[in-house]
Design a protein around this ligand. Structure first.
Ligand code: FPP
Length: 264
């Protein structure tokens, strides 16, 4: 069933955000599911289940407002250490999400991608995921990237080994290794530069997420727990994002000089 996707961009945005540019790439550390459940006397998995509802709403909102890529930290390389029953419940939720959202993803031109050691996932997640990634590969309205068994250090280690091997094999000179080449060796190489990182639930940490990609991203932390996070909270993050001046190491006056040149 397709719900609510057909809305125009401006109808989907609150009035005060209508004329502001939307970040091209948003990433989210979806934290606080366990605490949300505990506060309600529920098992942790109830928090993850409600968190999947937040995923549905935020994906829809991002697609409607014109975000080009949304990366969600759904399962870290370290999350395998959680109790077996929680890992199993998370895998079942992920498998179900990929199967149930297939229609919306395809009907709305979303390209599903994944970063992380996806080969570690059980078959009941890996197979529908691989199929939907394949079938949606040509969709171009928005990329939805699920970070699954993902760790940024793990990605960097893998990329460094790949590049070192190319040097050892004589396929590449050491001098060719630069920022661009490293970026292109990472799992995220197909995604646009990361503009905005959101972390829910009050923790002020990066937790091994997108360490390289975050170099010039804006960071937004909110106390709202992930299961409570809906599009209204995303719009709060966008409001904060628009207050920021992104200088990329330059000065404010250099930036205003540049923008007056482009205005000419
Ligand atoms: C962190 O909260 C959250 C996770 C480890 C899992 C995120 C998974 C989902 C939101 C549900 C399924 C995802 C998709 C894409 C359908 P926590 O459990 O660490 O919370 P706590 O810090 O309060 O214990």
């Amino acid at each position: 069933m397709v719900v609510g996707f057909s809305m125009t961009r401006s109808a989907a945005l609150p009035d005060d955000l209508r004329d502001t540019p939307v970040p091209a790439h948003v990433a989210i550390i979806m934290d606080g599911n366990g605490r949300w459940a505990r506060e309600r006397g529920l098992p942790r998995v109830a928090g993850h289940r409600e968190g999947a509802e937040s995923v549905r709403d935020v994906v829809r909102a991002c697609r409607q407002i014109g975000v080009r890529a949304l990366t969600l930290f759904a399962f870290s390389a370290q999350n395998w250490q959680r109790p077996d029953d929680e890992v199993q419940a998370l895998m079942e939720l992920l498998g179900r999400y990929v199967i149930e959202e297939r229609g919306e993803i395809m009907d709305n031109g979303i390209r599903l991608t994944a970063i992380g050691e996806v080969e570690r996932l059980p078959g009941f997640v890996r197979q529908p995921l691989a199929m939907l990634m394949d079938d949606s590969a040509k969709n171009s309205e928005m990329a939805l990237c699920l970070a699954l068994s993902y760790g940024a250090r793990e990605d960097l280690v893998r990329a460094v080994r790949d590049l070192a091997q190319q040097v050892v094999d004589g396929k590449r000179a050491i001098e060719q290794i630069d920022e661009q080449l490293i970026s292109s060796a990472l799992w995220t190489h197909e995604l646009p530069p990361l503009d905005l990182l959101i972390r829910t639930s009050g923790e002020l940490r990066i937790s091994n997420f997108l360490l390289w990609e975050l170099a010039y991203s804006e960071l937004y932390f909110t106390d709202v727990s992930w299961p409570d996070f809906r599009r209204a909270h995303l719009f709060d993050a966008l409001r904060a994002y628009h207050q920021r001046e992104r200088r990329f190491g330059r000065t404010s006056s250099q930036l205003s000089d540049d923008s007056s040149k482009t205005d000419e």
